[in-house]
Design a protein around this ligand. Structure first.
Ligand code: CP
Length: 309
C-alpha cells in the first residue's frame, strides 16, 4: 500500500493496520532525514499548513511546526488566546477566514471532542486532529507505538499498561485503538473513579493494583491526572494518588524484569512518576518526543500526497 485510506487524520479509529504500517515506514525514512546534517527535504514546497491551537500545547505544537518546516511547507500559526475568537467568532468563521488565504491543511487542537470531524465536514482542507478534548490524540498514539516498535522491535504481542487518568485522556483512547489494531495486549490501571465503565468493551482489561499491572507488562505508559478536565474530586488527595498509582524507582527495581516507561508529557514529577524514574534509562520519554517529529512528518507528507492528486 502506498497511500493512506483516509483524507484526514481525525482519530486512530478511522485508520486500519496498513495505514499505521505505512505511516511507520514513511517515518523511518524521515527519521533518517532529520538525523542528517541538512535536516530538510523540499517535498511540501507547494503546501501551506495552518496550525490552529485553541488549547495550550508545548510538545505537539512545536513538533508539528518543526515537522512542517523540515518538509519545506509554508506555515501560519494561530493561537486562540490571541485571536478574534475572544470577540465571539465561531470556529467555522475563523477557519474559513484562514482557508481563504489558500491553506491546504489544518492542524487543530481544540477542547471540544469531535471538533476535527466537524471541521472536516465543513471546510475544504485536509484536517489533522492534534487533540480534541478527552476524545483522541492520534499523532501522540502513533508516536507512542512507533517508539515501542523502535525499542522492542514490534508492537504485536507486547503487554502494554496505560496507567492513570483514563477517564479524561485522549491519549489513552487513541493508544488503546492503535495498540489493539497492531495486536498488543492492553490493560488500563488506575483508581476505579478514573476508569470509564465502558472501557472493557474496547478489548482492554482493567487492573486496579499498580504492582500487578507492572509485573504483567512490557511497557507502562504513565498518564498525567488531567485536573483541568475535572470539576469534582476523583480521589482523596494527590499524595494518596501518588502513593497508590505513582511509579517510583524502588517499585521498578523490585520487579523481576526491566520494563519500558513512557509518558506523553507534560509530566507532574512526584505524582505519576518520580524524577528518578522519568530520567532513568528505562524511560523513553525523550525518544517519544524525538520520534514525534518523524511521525508527524510522515502523516503530513502522506496526507499532502492525497491533496496533490
Ligand atoms: N503530549 C502532548 O500532547 O503534550 P502537549 O499538550 O504539550 O502538546
Amino acid at each position: 500500500m502506498s497511500e493512506l485510506s483516509v483524507n484526514h487524520l481525525l482519530g486512530i479509529k478511522y485508520l486500519n493496520e496498513e495505514d499505521i504500517q505505512l505511516i511507520f515506514e514513511t517515518a523511518d525514512q524521515f527519521k533518517e532525514v532529520i538525523n542528517r546534517p541538512i535536516k530538510k527535504v523540499p517535498s511540501l514546497r507547494d503546501i501551506t499548513i495552518a496550525n490552529l491551537f485553541f488549547e495550550n500545547s508545548t510538545r505537539t505544537k512545536l513538533s508539528f511546526e518543526l515537522a512542517e518546516k523540515r518538509l519545506s511547507a509554508d506555515i501560519i500559526n494561530f493561537s486562540a488566546s490571541q485571536s478574534s475568537v475572544k470577540k465571539g467568532e465561531t470556529l467555522i468563521d475563523t477557519v474559513n477566514n484562514i482557508l481563504s488565504m489558500k491553506v491546504d491543511m489544518v492542524v487543530m487542537r481544540h477542547p471540544n471532542p469531535g471538533a476535527g470531524v466537524f471541521l472536516s465536514k465543513n471546510v475544504d482542507a485536509s484536517i489533522i486532529n492534534a487533540g480534541d478534548g478527552a476524545h483522541e490524540h492520534p499523532t501522540q498514539a502513533l508516536l507512542d507505538s512507533y517508539s515501542i516498535r523502535e525499542k522492542l522491535g514490534d508492537v504485536a504481542g507486547k503487554n502494554v499498561v496505560i496507567v492513570g487518568d483514563i477517564l479524561h485522556s485522549r491519549v489513552a483512547l487513541s493508544n488503546i485503538f492503535a495498540l489493539k489494531l497492531q495486536g498488543a495486549n492492553v490493560k488500563v490501571c488506575g483508581p476505579k473513579t478514573l476508569l470509564p465503565t465502558y472501557i472493557e468493551s474496547l478489548g482492554v482489561k482493567v487492573e486496579t493494583d499498580l504492582r500487578k499491572a507492572l509485573e504483567w507488562c512490557d511497557v507502562a505508559n504513565m498518564l498525567r491526572v488531567q485536573n483541568e478536565r475535572m470539576d469534582i474530586s476523583y480521589f482523596p488527595s494527590t499524595r494518596e494518588y501518588a502513593q497508590q498509582y505513582g511509579v517510583t524507582k524502588t517499585l521498578l527495581d523490585s520487579l523481576d524484569k526491566e520494563i519500558v516507561i513512557m509518558h506523553p508529557g507534560p509530566i507532574n514529577r512526584g505524582v505519576e512518576i518520580t524524577s528518578d524514574v522519568a530520567d532513568s534509562k528505562q524511560s523513553i520519554i525523550l525518544n517519544q518526543v524525538e520520534n514525534g517529529v518523524a511521525v508527524r512528518m510522515a502523516v503530513i507528507y502522506l496526507l499532502a500526497s492525497k491533496i496533490k492528486q
